[in-house]
Structure formats: structure tokens, C-alpha cells
Design a protein around this ligand. Structure first.
Ligand code: NAP
Length: 287
């Protein structure tokens, strides 16, 4: 596949364009640290400048690894972290953000997310996000694992043009967000960031299955890999972003190339048939 530019696209209502394929970092601290930093840096060099972390990941260690990987390159990075629901009170959100900034060795986050709905009032978390924004500690905020009803509630509190993104589970075998979440986000100018694009640990279609065979055939026709084909499908709409995690540089290289693989209409229809959407579940699946 010819090397071209990483796809950049508008991130919700933000003026700034963000890399469609970014880098997840959940459990990255479980890998050899030097190797993990090298993988993130390789991904960055190849255009995966969108980094996703959270205070929860490795109890802050993932944020420290990201800070090492982006040292000296902060201005070129779109940096996202998340507050745990158990910290997401009015004051707790501010304190959690300040701790994340310290671990990340930066003065601001590009986007700060509520990791999932918890027991604190959503209005308190949103007020804290708005205060952080006024103080320049975050440039935007968003949510994660929000279904349609949660999004309605957040919109009711914050108003249009405030929620930058919704980060949700999205891979070939789990397409539930296509029922209501993607249409809702597109209607309200909210970026959809799909997490666990390879089904997290061991969830990628296995060799020998008909789904895998379809991916392999499409990949061969594009001189690409099956993982690139999967990622390209998952970012096929302008509202969609994906954040695969790779602790190995060769995986980062592979994933970055998906940012410029263009699937045909027929390819997309074949993948759609091989990994059917299914019925809308009672609640939004999450990991
Ligand atoms: P994932 O990205 O679906 O899969 C990661 C696994 O795939 C790792 O074992 C990785 O190996 C492997 N891999 C990566 N690139 C590959 C390639 N090109 N070929 C073959 N294997 C490859 O899993 P995830 O970490 O669950 O999801 C991604 C990110 O989404 C997380 O890291 C996190 O940032 C975010 N997330 C958010 C939430 C939320 O609630 N908001 C929940 C889950 C995840 P190596 O690591 O060995 O390279």
C-alpha cells in the first residue's frame, strides 16, 4: 500500500482536526516500558498523534508512559484523559484533572472525558469540566460509554456545541453504537471515538472463520493487513475515530497505515454482511 498522509478530520465541534486513527494505552504499563514508549513514538511519527489515556489505566502509570512518549512534542499531540466516575464530583473532577496533568507533565489536556456514568450528578461533573475549560486546563470535554438517554441528559445540561466526543466500544463483532449512538452524535456534532477496535484481548475474528476470510480477501486486494481493513471499516464515516492500543512498534506501524487505506463501497458492503449489526441491545455494551 502506498504511504500517504494519515486521515485527519474535524473532531466534533472543535475547530481542530484530529488523526482518525489514534493510540489507546489501557494496560500499556504491562509491557516492557522502553518497548511501549518506542511503539507510541513510532505511531506518533506515522501520524497517530491522538493519544488516549485515563487516570484509571495502571493507576496513573499509563499517563506517565504517554508523557515519556510525547516529551518535546506536546503541541503536535491531541491528548485525551479521563476522570473515574468515583472521582467525578464537582471538586473531585478538578483534583483528578490536576493529578493527570502532573503525571502527563503538561499544562492542559486537549479533551477530558467522564469514563462512564457513576453516582455523582452529571451536572456537577459538567460544571467542573466547564471550570477546567475556563482555567485553560482542558481545551474541551466529552463523555464515554454514554447511550442515547445519557447523551440527551448531557445535552440538556450543557447545551449544543459543548460535548466534544463520546468514546464507546466499537469493533467488527460489536456494532451496537450504529443503532442510535452514531446517529445521535452526528446530529449534534459530537465525535464518535471507537475503543477496543480489535475486540480488546483476543476478540479479533479468528483465522479459519468466514469473517476472517472476508477480511483477508479484501486485505490482499489492497496489499493491506486484516487489522488495517478492520480499522478502515471502523472509521468509514467522517464522524468516526478509532484508538487501537499497540505496545509493539510493528503493530503501531500496521495500524497507522489504516489511516490512509480507502475501502470501496463493495468492500464495506462485504464487511457489513460478514459481521452483521444485529438487534439493538437493551443497554449499551461496554468493557
Ligand atoms: P484493542 O486496541 O482492541 O486491542 C489491543 C490488542 O491488539 C493488543 O493485544 C495489541 O497488541 C493488539 N494489536 C494492536 N495492533 C495490532 C495489529 N496491527 N495486529 C495485531 N494485533 C494488534 O484493545 P483495547 O486496549 O481494549 O482498546 C484500545 C483503547 O481504547 C484502550 O487502550 C483504551 O485507550 C481505550 N479503551 C477505552 C475504554 C473506555 O471505557 N472508554 C474501554 C476500553 C478501552 P500489543 O499491545 O502487543 O501491540
Amino acid at each position: 500500500m502506498a504511504a500517504t498522509q494519515m486521515a485527519m478530520r474535524k473532531f466534533g465541534h472543535l475547530a481542530r482536526e484530529v488523526a482518525a486513527v489514534g493510540q489507546g494505552t489501557w494496560e500499556i504499563e504491562r509491557s516492557d516500558r522502553k518497548q511501549a514508549v518506542k511503539a507510541l513514538q513510532r505511531g506518533f511519527e506515522l501520524g497517530m498523534t491522538h493519544f488516549d489515556t485515563a487516570e484509571m489505566y495502571g493507576a496513573g502509570e499509563s499517563e506517565e508512559i504517554v508523557s515519556e512518549a510525547i516529551a518535546g512534542r506536546r503541541d503536535e499531540v491531541f491528548l485525551v484523559s479521563k476522570v473515574l466516575p468515583s472521582n467525578a464530583s464537582r471538586k473531585g473532577t478538578i483534583a483528578a484533572c490536576e493529578k493527570s496533568l502532573k503525571r502527563l507533565r503538561t499544562d492542559r489536556l486537549d479533551c477530558y472525558l467522564l469514563h462512564w456514568r457513576g453516582h455523582y450528578k452529571l451536572s456537577d461533573t459538567i460544571e467542573a469540566f466547564e471550570e477546567l475549560k475556563r482555567d485553560g486546563k482542558i481545551l474541551s470535554w466529552g463523555v464515554s460509554n454514554f447511550d442515547e438517554e445519557d447523551l440527551d441528559e448531557a445535552l440538556e445540561i450543557a447545551g449544543e456545541g459543548k460535548i466534544a466526543c463520546n468514546q464507546v466500544l466499537y469493533h467488527l463483532k460489536e456494532r451496537a453504537i450504529e443503532h442510535a449512538v452514531i446517529p445521535w452524535c452526528e446530529k449534534h456534532g459530537v465525535a464518535v471515538v471507537g475503543y477496543s477496535p480489535f475486540g480488546s484481548r483476543g476478540g479479533f475474528p479468528s483465522e479459519g472463520t468466514s469473517g476472517y476470510k472476508t477480511l483477508k480477501e479484501i486485505a490482499s486486494a489492497h496489499s493491506a493487513t486484516v487489522h488495517q481493513v478492520a480499522l478502515s471499516f471502523l472509521i468509514r464515516r467522517d464522524s468516526l475515530f478509532s484508538i487501537p492500543k499497540a505496545a509493539r512498534a510493528e503493530h503501531a506501524e500496521d495500524n497507522s497505515a489504516a489511516g490512509h487505506l480507502k475501502l470501496s463501497k463493495e468492500d464495506i458492503e462485504r464487511i457489513d454482511r460478514a459481521f452483521p449489526l444485529g438487534k439493538r441491545p437493551g443497554s449499551l455494551p461496554m468493557i
